[in-house]
Design a binder for this molecule. Structure first.
Ligand code: HPA
Length: 246
């Protein structure tokens, strides 16, 4: 059974090292996932890959069917998710092309289908979310980065915004005051849904740009693509190392 899934975000629409053996189309009670699930092997380990924004990349962050994606992964037998995400950097260490393994989340999203426990079955369920990310998976990723001599940030608070627009400078200032180190658009409700359904979840956050107002001028897509190009190459190496020891 395949127990490890990689969810790829912007800049990681496919896993080059994955020897694909088959694809699965999964229909769920919540509708369709973002794409077919690609199942294959890396270093003789079975891995499921899902392109979060679809294949091709057409689904914006606020329209992703997070519930269908996470439900389908559970249905496929997945126990551990490594979610790769492009983010903006807020605090000093989080410079473009750098990688962080976040340990906390603040949710600024709204209007998303964000729970499996919507009360429709007459039950009221509150899950614990004190530590949104799996400490064991995080420790393994941090260890792999060290063995690769890859300098990463081993902690960080991820602020999840609604998008698809980037933030105003004042919003980034507020997020920094709140304690956010990173800003992205897909961390929630993905992390919470994984917790609700009982899948361990950790994230590899690749910094694509400085958050709004942190540099003079506008944030450009060209800058984001250039930084992701470098950062995702390191993220790919980190994932391969992680998978080889999985
Ligand atoms: N803000 C939100 N999400 C992002 C950013 C950003 O600056 N960069 C990449 N994803």
């Amino acid at each position: 059974m395949t127990t490890l899934a990689i969810i790829g975000g912007t800049g990681l629409g496919q896993l080059a090292a994955l020897n694909i053996t088959h694809r699965e189309t999964v229909s769920t009670p919540y509708g369709n996932p973002s794409a077919d699930f690609l199942i294959g092997e890396i270093h003789q380990k079975q891995v499921v890959f899902l392109a979060r924004h679809g294949n091709p990349h057409t689904i914006p962050p606020h329209k992703i069917n997070y519930r269908a994606n996470v439900w389908a992964l559970k249905h496929l037998g997945v126990q551990d998710i490594i979610a790769v995400a492009a983010v903006g950097g807020i605090t000093a260490e989080m410079q473009p092309a750098h990688i962080a393994i976040p340990d906390q989340i603040i949710d600024y999203t709204y209007g998303r289908e964000h729970t499996f426990f919507d009360g429709n079955d007459g039950n009221v369920t509150h899950i614990d979310f004190s530590y949104p990310y799996c400490q064991k998976l995080r420790a393994a990723l941090i260890h792999c980065a060290a063995t690769l001599n890859l300098k990463i940030s081993p902690i960080g608070t991820y602020g999840s915004t609604q998008g698809p627009r980037l933030e105003s400078a004042a919003e980034i200032t507020r997020m920094e005051r709140d304690g956010c180190d990173l800003v992205g658009m897909t961390g929630m409700p993905e992390a919470a849904l994984a917790k609700e359904i009982g899948i361990n979840y950790a994230s590899v956050a690749v910094i694509a740009n400085w958050g709004a107002g942190k540099t003079a001028g506008e944030i450009t897509m060209a800058e984001i693509e250039e930084n992701l190009h470098h950062g995702m190459a390191n993220a790919g190496a980190l994932l391969q190392s992680f998978i080889s020891t999985y």
